[in-house]
Design a binder for this molecule. Structure first.
Ligand code: NAD
Length: 499
């Protein structure tokens, strides 16, 4: 399905089920309460969604606990779990059009990326951890010959997962895939702003053969459904992706309750540093502009602070401005659209407030700065570029999570590294130079979980994703993610050898 008309017709006919999924059954919230799921594409109500609260979370956790204790999932051989996970991934691919359409209608990203990136990436993640789980070995410690010491990994039990709305399927899969592959039971709470694809993922997991109770989804608001999960005395681990503000509360809730393991993937304000000896200026410009406007700027790792060496700044900005029209907001259902709708009115207003602060604090607006496509009833913001930004301005310090690029200039490597690191965040960074010594020296000095060199945002499932400082605790992706969802056990066996 590729033609615009097909997606629009399919969109008009989409019939989404907003009930939660607990113990293998779709069900309304116990209270009967719902909330409206509004599409940012045009402001229409897509469906009513179960507004779960403590009692629904209790049921989901109880189902997950029972499934864990009777070993219906963790008791399977890793090769059996692998086969089911791969079937799950295949089903995500088979339902790719429906999932992509749902994602686009629910959170506003262009359909071509929902289909080409989000679905494929989520399916690939599920498949990768399924494939990995019967290839990872435990350890034997190098003890004296009087002992055999086994270091084994065991699933933690019940894992609570709370995710945001910017890449709903991908963010969920980064956590549920390693958690499920390791044998845990999961209770997932998607964002209230984008709950629909998580529910369909859980339907398809059941269809693939993941037993009822192993993968549950409770929908609802953060305080009503998220907090009860993070505070729950029978949840062994909480894996959170979202804002730094709520992430800090998650660690407090873990401490206030049962000291559950708490992992947080949080915000960013990533610096993108372009030296005058950058090997390919056009590529650097494309990446700087493309990566901040991709996904409407709603990416935790968006390179929102662009540092350009003073001697090339004018040329760089001229080229950057020439690319801006490509990102004019459009209907996400159109194949040509590069930038779609902001997730909801609240987020759009927040982005517009940041733009106002940029203006009043003295930054120079070079492009955009306004709401767009008001007539659609949806929520769109023009791609926006500010020059003359300094580190003390709000738009240089705070995460905007919208299509707003702040441009700063610098004189030398020491100066730019100091200013790039002057942030509470440390998620990602980039450096562009043809000098390998400069590239490596700057990459080492930058306080970030990932440093890109002469590209931005190229990566895959084999490498960890996460941040330094207030960008969070722990890493998603790669084999390192298994550390979050397994406990290490030592079994020390005495050997009194007769020989
Ligand atoms: P958010 O923190 O507002 O919400 C995230 C999730 O937490 C949602 O499901 C929400 O319902 C829930 N929540 C809210 N309050 C809660 C509470 N008191 N208790 C428990 N749960 C609660 O974030 P958001 O606006 O959905 O997402 C945007 C943020 O996510 C940005 O800061 C972005 O950088 C971050 N993010 C980080 C990564 C990463 O890997 N580091 C990836 C994607 C997004």
């Amino acid at each position: 399905m590729n033609a615009n008309t097909d997606w629009r017709t399919a969109a008009a006919n989409l019939c989404a089920d907003g009930r939660s999924l607990i113990n293998g059954q779709r069900r309304a919230a116990k209270s009967g309460a719902t909330f409206s799921c509004i599409s940012p594409v045009d402001g229409r109500v897509l469906t009513e969604v179960a507004r779960c609260d403590q009692s629904d979370v209790d049921d989901a956790v109880a189902a997950a606990r029972t499934a864990f204790e009777d070993r219906r999932w963790c008791g399977l051989a890793p090769a059996q779990r692998k086969r089911i996970m791969i079937r799950f991934a295949d089903l995500l691919q088979a339902h790719g059009d429906e999932l992509a359409l749902t994602e686009t209608l629910d959170m506003g990203k262009p359909i071509k990326y929902a289909r080409g990136l989000d679905v494929n990436s989520a399916a690939n993640c599920i498949r990768w951890y399924g494939e990995a789980v019967d290839k990872v070995y435990d350890e034997i410690a190098p003890t004296a010959s009087t002992a055999l010491a086994l270091i084994t990994r065991e699933p933690m039990g019940v894992v609570g997962v709370i995710v945001p709305w910017n890449y709903p399927m991908i963010m969920a899969s980064w956590k549920i895939a390693p958690a499920l592959a390791a044998g845990n039971s999961v209770v997932l709470k998607p964002s209230e702003k984008s709950p629909l694809t998580a529910l369909r993922m859980a339907d398809l997991a059941l269809q693939a053969g993941i037993p009822p109770g192993v993968f549950n989804v409770v929908t609802g608001y953060g305080v009503e459904a998220g907090s009860p999960l993070a505070l729950h005395m029978d949840v062994d681990c909480i894996a959170f992706t979202g804002s730094t503000r709520v992430g800090k509360q998650i660690h407090v809730m873990a401490g206030q309750s049962n000291l559950k393991r708490a992992w947080t993937e949080l915000g960013g304000k990533s610096p993108n540093i372009v030296f005058a000896d950058c090997p390919n200026l056009d590529k650097a410009v494309e990446a700087a502009v493309g990566s901040i406007f991709f996904n409407q700027g709603e990416s935790c790792n968006a390179p929102s602070r662009l540092f350009v060496e003073t001697s090339i700044k004018d040329k760089f900005l001229e080229k950057a401005l020439a690319l801006v029209p490509r990102y004019a907001p459009g209907n996400p259902m159109d194949a040509a659209t590069e930038m779609g709708a902001i997730v909801d009115q609240t987020q759009m207003n927040s982005v517009l407030r940041y733009i106002e602060s940029g203006k009043t604090e003295g930054a120079k607006l070079l492009a955009g700065g306004e709401q767009a496509l008001r007539e659609t009833g949806g929520y769109y913001v023009q791609p926006t570029i500010f020059d003359g930004v300094s580190n003390d301005m709000t738009i240089a310090r705070e995460e905007i999570f919208g299509p707003v690029l702040s441009v700063l200039s610098f004189a030398d490597a020491a100066d730019v590294v100091r200013r790039a690191n002057e942030s509470v965040y440390g998620l990602q960074a980039a450096v562009w130079t043809r000098d390998i010594n400069k590239a490596m020296g700057v990459a080492r000095a930058l306080r970030a979980g990932t440093v890109h060199v002469n590209q931005y945002d190229e990566d895959d499932i084999t490498v960890p994703f996460g941040g330094f400082k207030q960008s969070g605790v722990g890493r998603d992706k790669s084999l390192h993610a298994f550390d979050k969802y397994t406990e290490t056990k030592t079994t020390w066996i005495r050997i009194d050898s007769p020989v």
